[in-house]
Design a protein around this ligand. Structure first.
Ligand code: ZN
Ligand code: ZN
Length: 638
């Protein structure tokens, strides 16, 4: 720090200190005192004591002296770090006082200061006044507008920069790329990158991959990645993140393996993306392995939240609870993740308790938190509480009810058998019901066997999703059951015309770090004969204890030939049996399914959990089912 003042005309120490000090200094000019004061000053500077520093500057002014640029630059840095807007403006004014024209690097610093304060109008005004603008100043403005998502301004500055003959550098490109508002501008920028010979720069390449991925152009993202021969962790992270965020978890994990093989060590960003991929694929065991690598970054909130989300979505609630209680820091995302995780896994009471704790902790709930709360209310059948939060969420938390909140309420009313009220609420939605909302109502109709409203809801759904095979089958089942043969025929004809076929059911189970897929009517699994033999024995055993196959299909979306005899070979049954055969007795059988679980498989899983004393977790298209001791966490409503 003493260096800082070597250029000053006045004794260094007087600069920062209060008036009384200044008086003292002017009386004591000897060197030993100065060194004490320098030490004192250094301390103040480290403390970033802005008010005293500014006072000292005023004192200097009173003595007819000016601070030099090193002092100013220190003061500007101090203002930025203290987020001191008023003081920053004062220093700006001070710099220009007495007709003085500040050095351009100080002007650059001031522009940067205004950008950091998010005062873009002031920043631009000062930028315009700069006599010479270098690439750093241009890039500051471009990245400011890019971060503020004002893309047209970012592009405008890039064009002006070219016109003034200033060549963009890698920082300019990585900023402006993130402002891309369309594929066309992205491709133009990609060309400009080539022209400037910056295509092999790590940051530019990583920005290109990120932006291509943002626009869903994974092939282009991959092409940019594969051109890169030497590799760099930043670029690896971009490509892994690209696939993880675009729901291609398999490819993200493949790339992760390739990265490790190439000798790179995963950092926080890699692990966050990997956890996202694991979450999407519901691979709890793999998630646990990633957790080991996460341990050393336990202060990284984004990573901890991703870990929490992984455990919640993979049905590992015990691990999630542990991670949550051990988190060094939590934010609204951590709390919401945990509340939704508990609610979706059937622990509604605990979710609502946690919500109370969250309010006590002073963290303000957001849109997602309230979805979790209403979800919990609906699953616990808490009609009054649900209505209370729904009706007062705007007043209590300043959040307008959105589609998801309406969805939870319709679910809640539906579960309580208040189907007419549910329909009424559905028509109240100012955002308009979507297919998910109608499907929720349809779910309630199935439970309460209300065919009239079911027909109404199914027709609305088909308007929104005219190719939804499940709805066609469900509707035609209802028609057939009410002997409305003509209506049923008409629907079947329409299905054939549109070329709609039902997706085969598929279930996945992880055994010994390998994923085993079971597809309805597919016999390609190497142990399929053993599995079917085992399954038949198990069914026989269950029938002895009173299992009767649930063949009530009127309000289910099962096809005719899928009924009765084929029921027993549904993919989740095969996966359960394979789990029983190959996993140790104490481990949980975890299955992921592409469709909703049918009533019969649900009953089967409950009985197997009881007779075989196993815990079975099935994540279907909509929710999680934890089967334990003859019951399911969804309380038979899904
Ligand atoms: Zn089934
Ligand atoms: Zn269930």
């Amino acid at each position: 720090m003493s260096l800082l003042f070597s250029k000053l005309k006045l004794p260094v120490s007087s600069l920062v200190l209060s008036r009384s000090y200044v008086v003292a200094i002017s009386l004591q000019q000897n060197a030993s005192n100065n060194s004490i004061l320098i030490e004192e000053f250094t301390k103040l500077c480290h403390k970033r004591d802005l008010p005293r520093a500014i006072n000292a500057m005023k004192s200097l002014e009173n003595s007819g002296l000016m601070a030099d640029c090193t002092v100013y630059s220190e003061l500007i840095k101090c203002c930025i770090s203290r987020k001191a807007i008023q003081e920053g403006k004062y220093i700006h004014k001070h710099l220009f006082s007495n007709g003085h024209q500040p050095e351009s690097f100080l002007l650059s610093m001031l522009v940067n200061m205004y950008v950091k304060f998010n005062l873009l109008v002031e920043a631009e005004k000062l930028f315009d006044e700069m006599p010479e603008k270098n690439v750093v100043a241009w890039t500051t403005m471009i990245s400011a507008y890019s971060n503020a998502k004002i893309s047209h301004k970012a592009f405008k500055f890039l064009i002006f920069m070219y016109r003034e003959g200033v060549r963009p550098n890698m920082y300019t490109f990585s900023s402006v790329l993130r402002a891309c508002d369309g594929l066309l501008s992205l491709k133009q920028l990609h060309c400009a990158v080539f022209k400037c010979g910056l295509e092999s720069d790590v940051f530019v390449r990583s920005a290109l991959i990120d932006v291509y991925a943002k626009w869903g152009e994974l092939d282009n993202a991959r092409a940019v990645f594969e051109e890169f021969v030497t590799g760099d962790l930043v670029v690896w992270n971009s490509i892994i993140g690209a696939f993880a965020q675009n729901s291609d978890g398999d490819e993200a994990l493949n790339l992760f393996k390739r990265m490790k093989k190439a000798g790179f060590l995963a950092n926080q960003a890699t692990l966050t993306s990997t956890l996202r991929a694991v979450t999407g694929l519901s691979l709890l065991e793999l998630g646990r392995q990633v957790h080991v690598h996460v341990l050393k970054y336990d202060r990284d909130l984004i990573l901890s939240n991703a870990l929490l989300d992984m455990y919640c979505k993979c049905g590992g609630l015990d691990d999630a609870r542990l991670v949550f209680t051990r988190m060094k820091e939590t934010d609204v995302i951590s709390w919401s993740t945990m509340i939704i995780g508990l609610a979706q896994n059937g622990f509604s009471g605990e979710a609502l308790q946690l919500f109370e704790m969250m309010k006590l902790s002073g963290i303000q709930p957001n849109y997602i938190t309230i979805v979790g709360v209403l979800f919990a209310c609906s699953h616990a059948g808490l009609l009054k509480k649900g209505w209370y939060y729904f009706r007062s969420m705007k007043k209590l938390f300043g959040i307008d009810p959105g589609r998801e909140h309406y969805g939870c309420m319709i679910d809640l009313l539906g579960r309580a058998g208040k189907l007419d009220d549910a329909v009424k609420l559905l028509h109240e939605m100012n955002c308009g019901p979507d297919a998910v909302t109608w499907r929720t109502l349809l779910g309630a109709c199935k439970i309460h066997r209300n065919t009239d409203i079911a027909i109404y809801a199914a027709k609305q759904m088909l308007n929104l999703e005219p190719d939804d095979v499940g709805t066609y089958i469900l509707l035609s089942n209802i028609y057939e059951n009410s002997q409305r043969w003509e209506d049923s025929m008409y629907l079947r004809k329409k299905m054939t015309e549109r070329g709609i076929k039902k997706k085969p059911g598929c279930s996945w189970i992880e055994v010994n770090k390998r994923i085993h897929a079971f597809i309805f009517r597919d016999v390609s699994h190497p142990q399929i004969d053993d599995i079917i033999r085992e399954l038949n024995q198990l069914l026989h055993k269950l029938k002895v204890v009173g299992y009767v196959p649930d063949t009530n299909f009127i309000l289910q979306d099962l096809e005719g030939e899928q009924k009765e005899e084929s029921l027993q070979y549904h993919s989740e049954k095969l996966a359960i049996v394979y789990g029983l055969m190959s996993l140790p007795k104490e481990s949980v059988i975890r299955i992921r399914k592409n469709l909703r679980i049918c009533g019969d498989c649900h009953l089967f899983a409950k009985l197997v959990a009881k007779t075989e004393k196993r815990t079975i977790v099935i994540r279907d298209q909509v929710r999680y089912h934890h089967f334990q001791d003859g019951t399911c966490s969804c309380t038979d409503y899904w």
